[in-house]
Design a protein around this ligand. Structure first.
Ligand SMILES: Cc1cc2nc3c(=O)[nH]c(=O)nc-3n(C[C@H](O)[C@H](O)[C@H](O)COP(=O)(O)O)c2cc1C
Ligand SMILES: [Zn+2]
Ligand SMILES: [Zn+2]
Length: 740
């Protein structure tokens, strides 16, 4: 874990020479220092034709001593006033309401967030693009595509090509190296990070650092052969791009193929769904009668209907117990941003619980590769979360050694979809802490089908889903993530929580609790998105409710048809863990919520993207004023982790760059503590224009996408020809479409 400076030791504004030094690659090799000018280009860039709003002007003119709501209190010496121009990146661009616009993909309700095109256009684009569409980056491929029969072999011993004569790919290694690919990179010291770490490289000749693990040798007959190096005692690289060191939870191609061909029997789901259909039909009849107000309905009729209900055909298996507590800050599920390398970085910095990006239930059931790829995790996510024995918040039978950090999050609009997805996940993916049901995703395409936040208005369906998932998930507990409600004025979460903890009024006695092991509540409504602060007093009310259910659960178990303890997640102790979520930006926020809101722990989303060392702050209980070079060090780590996960070939590099740029579109919003007039910093504050304590800090504050590309080039070299990047403030069509 990197050492941070306590805020009291914040550095003085650095000289230009310091800045140049800090611009060097943190590892001391290669990097941007060849230009030494990385901070410079920002100053030269053309101005954005961008309307400044009234409020921008006002903020900039206001005295730095006054605290202006929503504006980060940057010390006067770092402020750039109007007219004092040309020296700093335009970090004013788009910053107004940026949290809203960046995080939600919604137009932020003022012109700043949509300088190009109208909201209407934005909406249309969104429709055209569909769910989970990200900005287009162009194709990143080699000019000549090298056949895998050649990729992993020495020059004179290629493997036989499966396609023989028909193969259109390149089989001439020397030609490929000469004209089929871009030159080797000299970033990262010119050394392949994978080879350095693991003694083998999974990208073979396609590696953009292949020079560092290949050579030409002279054979006895005088012929020269190009060979790939491999450390002794290291198993040979495979051709399977899924087999990467340190990566777990890889579903096999066979599994996905079988799903796609509907060859996977969903025994548990099918059986349960049949029962559920009958159950739903009977419930419908009962309700209809009640609705019609058939007073003449005889007790006997009701009794007769009731008698037709039968017990479910399957009981849930005993669940692995989990734990959430003060020592387990949670990294939120984050579409796109919560990718494997980012989570790995957060775990290294102290995140104790992680989630996959939200996977859609249907494509999982259909075996779609992209969705299953979201389940890949890093082995560091398999370690148990931190836990101090002796805690009273632990459920009976909790075994920390069996616990792990990584859980899956899924969405779906029908019980059968999420049940089958859960059954498939728990069968084909070996390491899951939980399967979490997304009941918060606000985007239209999800909401309108009834999934995501659509479930907030269909409590009975939600209950069926969780109950069903719990039946088919084997030992893996089921959890749910909610928002306060769909609309601001209608707060439904508390009722949903009651249902998830105890069951609906008509099911609780008969069927027991649905078996939800934990509930996360994001303290905002769907309608509200990020426009207002999260409602922590409502979160606290819900926390109190959950506590009170423990007693109710105790009473229930005294009744004749109480829940069967062994089959319910954590019910032996009547404990449903409760996690609060929204606006946590420091250890101070974190501890405040844990101590005063009654939540077991806090989930962190944007705070972790803007400053991933928030987890380290929580662990140390202190603000950390990370220097710009430390921050660049995290970026380098991300890059290395990205290359490990996606490969060092052109494709892997492209992915790494793409996800890095997405992340950098958040990191620039970090305002270094040392330049703040006073604490605490707030996630919702936007910075006025400022310059950093050195050029690198100034660069990292730039919200100009060209600077983000520049940063990516420090580690990944020049962008691929044809590389496209639409900055968010230029393309309102881009944006994270899915969040909950
Ligand atoms: C870019 C982005 C992607 C998100 N993706 C998901 C997601 O896939 N699933 C989910 O449940 N929530 C998602 N969320 C919501 C967050 O998990 C979290 O509930 C929300 O941002 C509030 O927390 P915060 O105030 O700490 O940011 C996303 C949020 C953002 C900003
Ligand atoms: Zn071939
Ligand atoms: Zn390599």
């Amino acid at each position: 874990m990197a050492e941070g400076d306590a805020v009291t030791e914040s550095q003085p504004a650095g000289s230009l020479a310091d800045a140049r030094n800090s611009l060097k690659h943190p590892g001391g090799e290669g990097g941007p220092s060849d230009t030494g000018e990385v901070g410079g280009p920002a100053t030269k860039r053309q101005k954005l034709d961008h309307d400044k709003t009234e409020t921008d002007q006002e903020h900039r003119q206001s005295s730095p001593k006054e605290r202006v709501d929503g504006v980060a209190p940057v010390k006067a010496e770092y402020l750039i006033s109007n007219g004092d121009d040309g020296e700093a990146p335009r970090n004013e661009v788009d910053n107004g309401a940026m949290v809203a616009s960046v995080a939600t993909g919604e137009p932020a309700g003022d012109s700043r967030a949509s300088p190009v095109g109208s909201n209407k256009k934005w909406k249309n684009r969104k429709k055209e693009n569909g769910q989970n569409q990200n900005r287009s980056y162009g194709h990143f491929e080699d000019k000549l595509r090298l056949c895998t029969s050649v990729t992993y072999s020495n020059e004179f011993s290629p493997k036989p090509c499966k396609f023989g004569e028909r193969c259109k790919l390149c089989h001439d290694l020397r030609k490929y190296l000469r004209e089929g690919r871009r030159d080797d990179l000299d970033t990262l010291g010119g050394k392949c990070p994978i080879f350095e770490k693991y003694g083998r490289c999974v990208s073979g000749w396609k590696c953009r650092f292949v020079k560092s693990h290949s050579k030409e040798v002279e054979r006895g007959d005088g012929r020269k052969e190009l060979i790939l190096l491999q450390a002794p005692d290291v198993p040979a690289s495979t051709e399977d791009p899924d087999q990467r060191p340190g990566i777990v939870n890889v579903a096999t191609s066979d599994n996905k193929w079988d799903l796609a061909r509907r060859k996977v029997p969903f025994e548990k789901s099918e059986l349960y769904i049949k029962w559920l259909e009958k159950e739903t039909e009977l419930t419908g009849k009962l309700c209809n009668r009640k609705k019609k107000g058939e007073e003449e309905l005889e007790d006997a009729d009701v009794e007769e209907l009731r008698a037709q209900f039968v017990d479910p055909p399957l009981k849930p298996s005993e669940k692995r117990k989990i734990y959430f507590g003060r020592e387990t800050p949670v990294l939120a599920p984050l579409t796109t941003q919560g990718n494997l390398p980012f989570r790995r970085l957060c775990v290294e910095l102290g995140a104790q619980v992680t989630y996959s990006e939200m996977a859609m239930g249907m494509p999982l059931v259909q075996g779609q590769k992209g969705e299953w790829a979201l389940m890949k995790a890093h082995e560091s996510e398999l370690a148990p979360p931190r836990y101090s024995p002796g805690k009273d918040a632990v459920v009976k039978g909790y075994d920390n050694a069996r616990d792990l950090k990584f859980g899956a999050q899924i969405s779906g609009n029908q019980p059968w979809v999420v049940m089958k997805a859960t059954e498939a996940l728990t069968r084909f993916v070996p390491h899951l802490r939980v399967v979490d049901l997304n009941c918060g995703c606000p985007i239209d395409l999800v909401y309108k089908t009834g999934a995501g936040s659509g479930l907030l208005d269909t409590p009975s369906k939600l209950e069926k889903m969780v109950r069903g998932m719990n039946v088919v998930s084997g030992e893996v507990p089921i959890t749910a993530k909610l928002r306060i409600g769909v609309r601001d004025e209608k707060q439904t979460a508390s009722r949903l929580i009651e249902r998830l903890a105890l069951g609906g009024r008509d099911t609780r006695d008969r069927l027991g609790a649905p078996g939800c092991a934990a509930i996360t509540l994001h303290g905002r409504s769907r309608q509200q998105r990020y426009t207002k602060k999260a409602n922590w007093s409502y979160i606290a009310e819900c926390a109190a409710l959950i506590k009170s259910y423990k007693n109710m659960a105790d009473e229930l178990t005294d009744t004749a048809r109480g829940p069967d303890e062994s089959t319910q997640a954590n019910t032996a102790d009547g404990k449903v863990y409760f996690i609060g979520n929204g606006d946590c930006y420091s250890h101070v926020d974190y501890l405040d919520h844990v101590d005063n809101s009654g939540v077991d722990t806090v989930m962190i989303a944007r705070g972790a993207m803007v400053k991933p060392w928030i987890f380290e702050e929580i662990e140390k209980g202190q603000y950390l004023d990370k220097s710009a070079s430390e921050r660049l060090g995290y970026i380098e780590k991300f890059v290395r982790y990205g290359l490990e996960a996606w490969g060092t070939d052109e494709l892997g590099l492209g992915f790494t760059r793409r996800f890095l740029l997405e992340w950098l579109s958040f990191t620039h919003r970090y305002v270094p503590l040392g330049i703040l007039e006073h604490l605490p910093p707030s996630l919702n504050d936007r910075p006025p224009r400022y310059r950093g304590r050195n050029d690198l800090e100034t660069l990292l504050a730039s919200d100009h996408y060209k600077d983000w590309i520049k940063i990516s080039e420090m580690f990944l070299g020049p962008t691929h020809p044809g590389f496209q990047f639409q900055p968010k403030h230029k393309s309102n069509g881009y944006e994270i479409d899915a969040e909950g």
